[in-house]
Write a protein that binds this ligand. Structure first.
Ligand code: CTP
Ligand code: MG
Length: 239
């Protein structure tokens, strides 16, 4: 028992980095795209560690794995590897499959974050907000930002305005009690259901999703223009 007090259960982040990056169309896998010479994956893991993550599980393609391992050779926290799946949701599930064995009560209560490697510029204080909210008792935590564009919804014969004041854009890292995340993915796999993110998975099994403040800096590098923004952020000393 005393051991538990001296060694609190580590906070783990599952970093999904196994996508093809088709919209970015880069010369290397998206997670390895350098910004000012440093790969997105390297940056993302450093920021997670700075925000309080103790270990990471990186989900990466099997092919070309060496380059991913190289990118994290100097990582500030221990790294475990898992193989990518067909959809992001499968990649997350593979990551959960290699989480460390813990006594049942510890495993259920462990704080697990799920993060897109492509969101490489997440501020450390945003990571800490997510971890704190799970520690405070939330089952599922999502960082969000207001929507700045006006939004219209397509309907059968045209489109209709949506009140953007009521909308929030969802980012990562999302945070969960490990027991919740495992149960959500188990239920989804059983029912062959695909959802767009892990908060939606938790909601699918009836959990309440708690929102915390996200950050514009945690944008997802998705299209070529995002690379320009990323380089500019670093040049301006934001990250
Ligand atoms: N991802 C993953 N496994 C998949 C699909 C996506 O691990 N089968 C990861 C990506 O590596 C990325 C994150 O999920 O870090 C968010 O996905 P997205 O931004 O869509 O990245 P890609 O799927 O790689 O890009 P695209 O959709 O343009 O091909
Ligand atoms: Mg994708």
């Amino acid at each position: 028992m005393g051991e538990h007090i001296n060694n609190p259960v580590p906070v783990v982040a599952i970093v999904v980095a196994a996508g093809s990056g088709s919209r970015l169309g880069a010369e290397v896998p998206k997670a390895l795209v350098p910004v000012a010479g440093v790969p997105l994956l390297t940056r993302a893991v450093a920021q997670l560690a700075a925000g309080g993550v103790d270990e990471v599980v990186v989900v990466a393609p099997v092919e070309g794995r060496e380059a991913f391992v190289d990118a994290l050779a100097g990582a500030p926290v221990p790294v475990t590897w898992a193989d990518g799946g067909a959809e992001r949701q499968h990649s997350v599930a593979h990551g959960m499959g290699v989480l460390p064995d813990l006594p049942a009560a510890d495993a259920d209560a462990q704080v697990v974050l799920v993060h897109d490697a492509a969101r490489a510029f997440l501020p450390a204080d945003m990571v800490a907000r997510v971890i704190d909210a799970v520690r405070a008792g939330a089952d599922a935590v999502v960082p969000v930002v207001p929507v700045t564009d006006s939004v219209r919804e397509l309907v059968e014969d045209g489109s209709t305005v949506v009140d953007r004041a009521r909308l929030r854009a969802v980012q990562t890292p999302q945070g969960f009690r490990r027991g919740v995340l495992e149960e959500a993915h188990r239920v989804l796999a059983e029912s062959d259901t695909i959802v767009t993110d892990d908060a939606a998975a938790a909601e699918y099994i009836g959990c309440t999703v708690t929102l915390v403040e996200g950050s514009r800096d945690a944008f997802k590098v998705t299209e070529p223009l995002d690379r320009v923004l990323a380089e500019a952020l670093v040049a301006w000393g934001v990250s």
